[in-house]
Design a protein. Structure first.
Length: 183
């Protein structure tokens, strides 16, 4: 009997929570719409994708990454070309090689390929880590700019990335302009 009462109490509590959450979900947009219609709430939207593509700090970060990693990228491409060339030479010459020469060249190609794969992997890992660091810096700047705009222009809510947004709510250009000005 005690077990039945506590299970029933838990079910009632869960139902009450679900109803409260459902009412809040229905009431919140209606309250925001009412506040917005009466001029009470000011809402804006920012496209993070556009900021990361079009802002000066994002372009500078991308240029810095390309400059810093271009030499390593070229080295890896050159190593890949040497590996392909050596592999083609081996395929062409393998028919006239002795078994010991063929085995030695296969080991050399295998070692060369392993080194190439390792360097590629390390390059990708380093590049991804650096890209994440740079993009985090750009996002921090963008968030500071968004906050400054929100305070200056008295926004109540600014959203980033949504399924649909009316163009009249989009303040991305303002954020990009502020980021580009360096403020």
């Amino acid at each position: 009997m005690i077990k039945t009462l506590s299970t029933l109490s838990l079910r009632r509590a869960a139902l009450a929570c679900a109803l409260t959450a459902g009412l809040a979900t229905v009431a919140a947009p209606a309250a925001m719409a009412q506040a917005s219609a009466s001029g009470g709430a000011r809402i804006g939207f920012v496209s993070t994708e556009r900021i990361m593509r079009d802002s000066a700090p994002a372009k500078a970060a991308q240029a810095k990454i390309e400059k810093d990693f271009s030499r390593r990228d070229k080295e890896i491409q050159d190593l890949g070309a040497r590996l392909r060339s050596a592999s083609e030479r081996f395929e062409k010459d393998s028919a006239v090689m002795t078994d010991s020469d063929r085995a030695r060249r296969q080991r050399e190609l295998s070692d060369m390929d392993r080194d190439f794969q390792r360097r590629q992997r390390e390059f990708r890992e380093d590049l991804n880590q650096r890209r994440n660091e740079e993009l985090t810096g750009v996002l921090d700047k963008a968030n500071r700019a968004i906050k400054a705009i929100a305070e200056r222009e008295k926004f109540d809510l600014i959203l980033q990335d949504a399924v649909y947004v009316s163009p009249r709510l989009d303040i991305t250009d303002t954020v990009i302009k502020q980021l580009n000005s360096g403020r």
